[in-house]
Design a protein around this ligand. Structure first.
Ligand SMILES: Nc1nc2c(ncn2[C@@H]2O[C@H](COP(=O)(O)OP(=O)(O)OP(=O)(O)O)[C@@H](O)[C@H]2O)c(=O)[nH]1
Length: 338
């Protein structure tokens, strides 16, 4: 017997007990909502960008408790002219393509999204002054890979020290490494590394993280000539256990694309990261783990039943990858004090 096809007449219509009167509390469909992007958040006021115009908006009640963060794609109704003293309403938040998250610390499982829909995480680290901190880099990478974002390691002050050890540690993970030195004669425009960085950011949304003093502001100012004119400010990134609110800012890049500067993000609490999910960022390793590892394998060691050592045996490339992934997973387990 061929299966019967269903059509609309199969839908069961519940009779309206109050007769045929239409329901009165019909919510507006907001078909007229225009698409925009959240570029700044400040105590319940959202700075959005609609077709190149900056529009200040509030969250409509129908969004409920759903949060909005920098990078969220939204639907906006009301006055979207961007004229002073106008206030539009955000009525819809589109599904997030990516979500960069952090937990407050490694024992707190309350996670919060810092930036939505970003493509890349650029980890800015000086090669000297201050010294690079591998643990910080590792933890940022875990957050990036878990969020399905591409990772970029930007090594500044290349005039002061060699980048070779860091290249050796991170290139096997598929991390793009860029060296910059922008204090040499000619400034950023004369630095091939800076030009490479600018090309790598074009057309994408990139979140930049880095310690104070590494030269991040120098790069942001060179990338965005009018960086002083921030398009938005968010007080959403709060230091753990401290009441210092710092701000993340999204800038439009002149050549297309956007960068989000996150002065307040100094660490990523990684309690929310699940090794099984994290490893999916490395398709070859994930396929091997899926095929050979026991269920819920933490990928710690061959002794604990992990099959990745056997998979990597005889291949130095695979071996370095597995070791690097284990180092990242260990950084997740080791707490975020660095
Ligand atoms: N040698 C060298 N010094 C650099 C380079 N880039 C930046 N610096 C210096 O590093 C110091 C810090 O640079 P900033 O751009 O202010 O660093 P930051 O990371 O934004 O730090 P905060 O503003 O404190 O957040 C400054 O004295 C810069 O002149 C570089 O390529 N080489």
């Amino acid at each position: 017997m061929t299966p019967r096809e269903y059509d609309e007449s199969d839908a069961r219509v519940r009779p309206n007990r109050r007769g045929s009167r239409p329901r009165t509390k019909i919510r507006p469909a907001h078909e007229d909502a225009v698409p925009g992007t959240v570029v700044g958040v400040d105590r319940g006021r959202y700075t959005t960008r609609v077709d190149g115009t900056q529009v200040i908006a509030v969250k409509a009640r129908e969004l409920g408790r759903r949060g909005l963060v920098i990078g969220d794609a939204v639907g906006i109704v009301g006055d979207v002219s961007g004229r002073p003293d106008t206030l539009a309403r955000i009525v819809r938040r589109d599904e997030r393509r990516t979500a960069l998250r952090r937990t407050a610390d490694d024992t707190d499982i309350t996670e919060r999204v810092i930036v939505a829909n970003a493509d890349q995480l650029a980890i800015v680290t000086a090669l000297a002054d201050p010294e690079p901190n591998a643990r910080m880099i590792d933890r940022c990478l875990v957050a990036a890979f878990d969020a399905r974002m591409t990772a970029l390691l930007v090594l500044t002050k290349a005039d002061l020290a060699s980048a070779d050890p860091l290249r050796a540690a991170y290139e096997p993970l598929g991390v793009r490494v860029i060296e910059t030195s922008v204090l040499r004669a000619g400034g950023p425009a004369a630095d091939p590394g800076f030009l490479d960085l600018r090309a790598s950011l074009a057309g994408l949304t990139t979140v930049m993280v880095g310690y104070s003093g590494v030269g991040k502001s120098t790069l942001v100012n060179a990338l965005v000539p009018d960086a002083g004119r921030a398009v938005g400010v968010v007080n959403d990134v709060t230091g753990r256990g401290r009441h210092t609110s710092t701000s993340a800012v999204m800038y439009e890049l002149p050549g297309g694309g956007r960068i989000v500067d996150t002065p307040g993000v100094r660490s990523f609490g990684l309690a929310h990261v699940d090794p099984e999910h994290f490893i999916l960022a490395f398709p070859d390793v994930a396929a091997a783990a899926d095929e050979h590892c026991p269920r819920a394998c933490a990928h710690e060691s061959a002794e604990s039943g992990c099959a990745l050592d056997a998979w990597a045996a005889g291949s130095p490339d695979r071996h370095v990858r597995v070791e690097s992934i284990r180092r990242l997973l260990a950084s997740r387990a080791a707490g975020d004090a660095y």
